[in-house]
Write a protein that binds this ligand. Structure first.
Ligand code: NDP
Length: 418
């Protein structure tokens, strides 16, 4: 009998690590050293790029100081305590909710430092490459520590497999905490604080660089800063809601999330502001009004859908949606599925709203380069993949009930289209 050859697994973790890191660096190359073009041109300055990304002790120091500052704010500012969703064993973890205070304090400290002349914010723009490598090295090291810590102190459901890279990439614990269970929650902290607040601060650094260069901050720069700051503020305004997201409830904390939270989010989401320093400085007020209206529509759908589900989950018997009692179906699993409001129009309309906001970031930067559209393009792919994965997970969780729900709400993300 012919011997069965074992099926070779693709090194998905290693490939993802290389590809994601490459993409982040490539975007910086494209926007700064390739005139915003995606395809390398003869004018592309690879030498300049190679020089720019060399890390420096100062850049590393700036990032470590930022990270530690955020840890201190999380630990020391007054916080309310929120309970996470039940874990597999029925227990719940407690979380410190003080992100809004941390964000406001950060902005006050940074703003004061800038206006007093202590913090030359444009420095970050001039040393963006060194900062990028410093943050990347920090994220790689932190992911290693988290993998080791999670394996030795799981404090809840974890998974340590035989493959180093899979452990490193996906993580070894769902909720690594120091000390375990009651201590500092690495995932919840990294999901929001250094990256999201850092993103807004990076935007402000770009505005400072523009001011230094041209003596003014353009209307398009203000627009992108306003829309992105509103997005982050909104996140913290509803911080406890984050505990219900898939990342917090279901993903182990490994390189994938560490890199996404600490590197990808701040260092690529600020590229619209980066581009706007020298471009699209004088768009028409009508265009800007259109972009703001589009973003506002996105917010309405995004927040509306997320809050409808959150209110419904809290008290489905007394929940009204758009002025009427919520319609729902009971399931064999014991939890109910909402059938009215946005959740009756498509199974993930929250993703549509979120994506519209992402597109408004790109639109704020005009049409001179594709790079400011990286975020909406990448995010569309992420949301499509995420929706398919959630659909699979829900089909498993809910069995036939999910099929019944799918029949009642046939659209995935965009009613009538997808
Ligand atoms: P969702 O908030 O969409 O939650 C999906 C879960 O909700 C399902 O697994 C199911 O879990 C429950 N559910 C699904 N349909 C219904 C229904 N009809 N009634 C009641 N419960 C239902 O998932 P995400 O965590 O992916 O997204 C949360 C938000 O975060 C989204 O708005 C998304 O856009 C945003 N996001 C942002 C990212 C970023 O980088 N900016 C990245 C990813 C997400 P169960 O029944 O077990 O509760």
């Amino acid at each position: 009998m012919a011997e069965k050859t074992p099926r070779r697994r693709l090194p998905v973790a290693q490939m993802n690590i290389v590809i994601m890191t490459f993409v982040v660096y490539y975007l910086f190359f494209a926007i700064q050293f390739n005139s915003g073009g995606l395809i390398p041109s003869s004018a592309g300055d690879l030498g300049g790029f190679a020089q720019a990304i060399v890390p420096t002790a100062t850049a590393l120091g700036v990032y470590v100081a930022w990270f530690v500052f955020q840890v201190l704010l999380e630990r020391l500012l007054p916080a309310s305590i929120a309970e996470g969703t039940p874990l597999a064993d029925g227990s719940r973890l407690s979380y410190r909710i003080n992100g809004l205070a941390a964000m406001i304090t950060s902005l006050v400290v940074v703003g004061t430092g800038y206006f007093m002349g202590w913090l030359p914010m444009a420095w970050v723009y001039h040393h963006f490459g060194a900062m990028l490598t410093s943050v990347t090295l920090f994220a790689f090291a932190l992911a290693w520590f988290i993998m080791w810590w999670g394996a030795n102190n799981p404090g809840g459901p974890g998974k340590v497999g035989p493959s180093f890279f899979r452990n490193y990439f996906y993580g070894t614990a769902l909720n690594p905490r120091t000390p375990p269970v009651t201590g500092f929650d690495w995932k919840f902290f990294c999901e929001c604080r250094p990256g999201l607040i850092g993103w807004v601060v990076l935007d402000l650094c770009m505005a400072a660089a523009q001011y230094e260069k041209y003596g003014e901050v353009s209307i398009s720069m203000w627009t992108v800063i306003a829309i992105q700051t509103a997005y982050v503020l909104n996140n913290f305004w509803n911080e406890a809601w984050l505990l219900t997201t898939i990342d917090i409830q279901q993903e182990r904390f490994g390189w994938m999330l560490v890199f996404g939270d600490l590197v990808l989010v701040p260092m690529t989401y600020c590229l619209q502001a980066y581009w706007l320093i020298d471009h699209f400085r004088d768009p028409s007020p009508i265009y800007i009004a259109g972009v703001i209206a589009f973003a506002a529509m996105g917010y309405t759908i995004f927040m509306g859908a997320n809050l409808q589900k959150a209110r419904f989950k809290r008290d489905s018997d007394n929940c009204t949606i758009w002025g009427k009692p919520a319609e729902f179906m009971d399931t064999a699993r014991g939890t109910r599925l909402l059938l009215s409001g946005y959740w009756g129009k498509a199974r993930h309309m929250n993703y549509l709203g979120d994506w519209m906001i992402a597109l408004s970031f790109g639109l704020s930067a005009g049409f001179g380069s594709i790079i400011p559209y990286f975020y909406p393009i990448w995010f569309a792919l992420l949301l499509i993949t995420r929706e398919k994965r959630d659909d699979r997970w829900c089909a498993k969780k809910y069995g036939d009930d999910w099929q019944r729900y799918r029949e009642q709400v046939p659209w995935r993300i965009i009613p009538g289209l997808y």
